[in-house]
Design a protein around this ligand. Sequence first.
Ligand SMILES: NC(=O)c1ccc[n+]([C@@H]2O[C@H](COP(=O)([O-])OP(=O)(O)OC[C@H]3O[C@@H](n4cnc5c(N)ncnc54)[C@H](O)[C@@H]3O)[C@@H](O)[C@H]2O)c1
Length: 343
Amino acid sequence: MRLLDSKLYKADLEKAVKKADLEKLDGKSIFITGGLGLICSAVIDVLLTYGNVKKIYVGARDETQFFERFGEIDKLSFVKYDALEKLQIDFIPDYIIHGAGLASPELYTSMPVETILSNLNGIHFLLEFAKKNNIKKILYISSSEVYGNKETIESFVEGKYGIINIDNIRSSYSIAKRASEMLCKSYSQEYGVNTTIVRPGHIFGPSARKTDKRISSDFAFKAAKGIKLEMKSSGLQKRSYCYSIDCSIQILYALINGVNGDVYNIGHDKITTVREMAEIYAKAGGVKISSVSPTESELNDFNPMNNSSLDNTKIKKLGYSDTFTVEEGLTHTVKIIKEINCF
Ligand SMILES: NC(=O)c1ccc[n+]([C@@H]2O[C@H](COP(=O)([O-])OP(=O)(O)OC[C@H]3O[C@@H](n4cnc5c(N)ncnc54)[C@H](O)[C@@H]3O)[C@@H](O)[C@H]2O)c1
């Protein structure tokens, strides 16, 4: 069963889309890279539910996976896309969203070169294309990890930063995100390319692939399968957990309403700890939580930020408001995974 066949997922998409104002996208075409990933495949689901866009070009490496995920849908076209290679496309979309890239901590440390280049080269080729073809807007999906570490408890506001350890190979991710953001701003200022950047916090949802090892995906599949959840830290880290559908609406608001060259945090009104996230999943799946010591390599992959909570005031000024509570999002994620029997 495909994700889009899930009754609960469809109901959630319809609820969010009904509340959102996406009219500026009517009749427009969009090229979305990373279109099979957790975030961008949910953006595509939202756009399909909205229904009024003309065409969605889905940039991804694997055509078989594309058909498994979406099937045959008139408005969708598969576009063979690898962010590490020179861009070769034969259409000119109105909008571009760059969401392709290595996005899991174990990959930042095992494939730091591809982590850097899928972001930096990927966005560079797209920015060049946007410059030559006068694209309406190109949106880059950055990350809350650009903020780095800080000791204080308040949430991160756009423009105020902590420290990133540039001697740690795991920082390949956060440094690539910072450099790619700066490239967007530079194309905007020097060549007038219309760009906007978003910085998601911790996004979860049933659009994750079952091979996704990030804790908020891994725990969702385990809870749905009835497997106990193993906590490998105190779980006190503060996160801006956000359901993929709410995240998608924020991305689309930034795309159509965001200021040229500007950056927007993507999160939720409520800040959630890792333990709270696990407890909600455990309840939804009827499973227990246990404490386990991490291996050395797991420790190296850990997000060094104890507090990566985000202030979401700026995106809300573009008209956005959350549709789902974090608890609803997490609970629905487990229910939907069970419903489509995808584990
Ligand atoms: N999920 C989150 O919590 C989160 C938080 C902050 C930022 N982000 C960013 O959002 C974007 C999307 O992340 P996601 O969570 O959907 O991750 P994901 O891993 O689910 O999706 C990323 C997609 O990019 C593809 N990809 C990787 N390298 C590629 C390449 N060289 N060429 C083409 N495709 C490639 C992957 O196959 C995958 O389909 C990433 O840039 C990520 O860094 C995600």
